[in-house]
Design a protein around this ligand. Structure first.
Ligand code: XMP
Length: 516
């Protein structure tokens, strides 16, 4: 089995980043919520190292999260981060108090003693920037520990019991604002836990192919293609694993960008020679969407139709036993819920979740262990073209949620033209890979303008571009004014029916990335 690190989640906003950093060091890891673990599960996972995440609770209160005590008796190294450090201290006989000085944001620590955690990175006497976010702090060390770094408000900023290989840091090494943090996590995973660091995408690919062959046997697999990165990578990976046992189904809802449907067909049918059914269902989707203006109703209508059409096509394939899906690791991680209550639905996401049960298909989800950027690396490993692998995310309901108000074929055509000009300029300026996502929105507003000697009374559009690491939060992208001016001029000159262009500078939160 591959060397693996267990990350115990206490509910920090940035737990996923710990996993990213560990994987960047070539080590496989999984995140498990503290309350889903018990002694047996922890032992069965057989970790070479355990990392305890931060979290919003306070160790000083009764009934707050702990890791099963067995974590400390397996002769396995443990690294506690922030709340994780405090929980470890409390569980091993130290003491934690509610901080008199809360420390949030950038701080400086001073390295006091050498530690295996700092090897080759920090030495005694160094003063280094780190990112802190805590109210409580450790005030008495458990037996065997000593302080290896301090900060003004956290005398026990880093502690170590080198003999038992237990480490605690009050700061967050997983975030970018701790510039040396990735190196510390690497030290923990490779040098301290002794993982071999051979979890590469090449190795992953070979294992995934073997696993797909084992799971599927001689069965047939259907795979829905959307033109997006995830489903494309799934299709190419499956094709490499099982060849023509794979049947792709592309339900074209008519809500894609300019030329995208043709591109999907060209790429998969012609280039990869993958059996592909292309069903143009745009008439059906447009008919059912006519007059629908409520965003949730749009999403639900599209989701329902998609499943109907997909099922119809899949049934024609006849003997399929499996459905392949591009489920990613962030969809799989169980989140820690402190309230236990359901969270509010902001948007109903478009997915084919109901299908497998309805059609009694088994699921094949070869990307379940990967983060989005790892899927891109896998795509490259599979030899897929860069413009496909680096493509921005595109929502399942497509352009329908970028046209507030009702949707018509004319509006879709108009939006496709605006979007094409915008993306063309972004690509020409070399900015495509700088942004997470960029797109245009057709506004349900007409405004007055003047072109040549005449009055115009045409539609307005908005442009949006954001940076993000996971789509959960986002910042608007600060394009140079001269770039925005050039795009606006081109759109108004080239797209008949548009006479005003605006740029959306809302971050998420409070906005969302898509308009609906
Ligand atoms: P929001 O608008 O919720 O979007 O901030 C976050 C990210 O999710 C994408 N998105 C979707 N993706 N099906 C998808 O596959 C959907 O229904 C859907 N809605 C939004 C959005 O483009 C952004 O990347």
């Amino acid at each position: 089995m591959t060397d693996r690190i267990l990350i115990v989640d206490f509910g920090s906003q940035v737990t996923q980043l710990i996993a990213r950093r560990v994987r960047e060091a070539g080590v496989y890891c999984e995140i498990h919520p503290f309350n889903a673990l018990d002694d047996a599960k922890l032992k069965a996972f057989d970790p070479k190292g355990i990392i305890l995440s931060g979290g919003p609770a306070s160790v000083t209160e009764i009934g707050t999260p702990r890791v099963p005590q067995i974590a400390f008796t397996q002769d396995v190294p443990v690294l506690g981060i922030c709340y994780g450090e405090q929980a470890m201290a409390a569980q091993l006989g130290g003491a934690v108090e509610s901080g008199h000085h809360r420390e949030f944001g950038r701080a400086e620590i001073e390295v006091k003693e050498p530690s295996a955690l700092f090897d080759g990175v920090w030495k005694p006497g160094d003063r280094k920037p780190v990112w802190m976010s805590h109210g409580d702090r450790v005030t008495k060390l458990p037996p065997g520990f000593r302080v290896v770094a301090t900060s003004e408000n956290a005398p026990f900023a880093a502690v170590a019991d080198e003999a038992r290989r237990f480490y605690g840091v009050q700061f967050h090494p997983e975030v970018m604002h701790t510039p040396d943090g990735a190196k510390l996590l690497r030290n923990f995973a490779l040098n301290i836990a002794g993982c071999s660091g051979d979890w590469t995408m090449g190795a992953f690919k070979q294992r995934a192919i073997a696993e797909i062959r084992r799971q599927v046997g001689k069965g047939r697999v259907i795979c829905g293609l959307s033109g997006g990165v995830d489903s494309s990578v799934v299709a190419v990976l499956l094709h490499e694993a099982i060849g023509d046992q794979l049947q792709c189904v592309f339900v074209d809802h008519g809500l894609l960008r300019l030329g995208e449907a043709e591109q999907v067909v060209r790429m998969f049918r012609d280039h990869y020679n993958i059996p592909l059914i292309h069903r143009d269902a745009s008439d059906l989707f447009l008919k059912e969407l006519a007059g629908v203006i409520d965003p949730e109703q749009k999403r639900k209508t599209i989701g329902r139709l998609f499943i109907d059409v997909f099922e119809e096509e899949a049934k024609k394939v006849g003997d399929a036993a499996f459905l392949a899906q591009g489920t990613l690791y962030p969809d799989v991680i169980e989140s820690v819920s402190f309230t236990g209550g359901p969270s509010v639905t902001i948007k109903s996401h478009h997915n084919v979740g109901g299908l497998p049960a309805r059609m009694s298909l088994k699921l094949v989800e070869p990307l379940r262990e990967l983060f989005k950027d790892e899927v891109r690396v896998l795509g490259r490993e599979l030899g897929m073209p860069a413009d496909m692998v680096n493509r921005h995310p595109f929502p399942g309901p497509g352009l329908a949620i970028r046209i507030p108000g009702d949707i018509t074929r004319e509006k879709l055509d108009l939006l496709r033209q605006i979007d094409a000009v915008y993306l063309d300029e972004i690509r020409k300026s070399g900015l495509y890979d700088e942004v997470w996502q960029a797109f245009a929105v057709l506004l349900p507003v007409r405004t007055v303008g003047v072109m040549g000697d005449g009055r115009t009374y045409d539609q307005a559009c908005a442009l949006r571009a954001v940076t993000s690491t996971d789509g959960m939060t986002a910042d608007y992208y600060p394009f140079p004014h001269e770039f925005l001016g050039r795009v606006a001029t081109r759109i108004i000159n080239e797209v008949r029916g548009i006479n005003r262009v605006t740029y959306d500078i809302t971050s998420k939160p409070p906005g969302t990335i898509e308009w609906e």
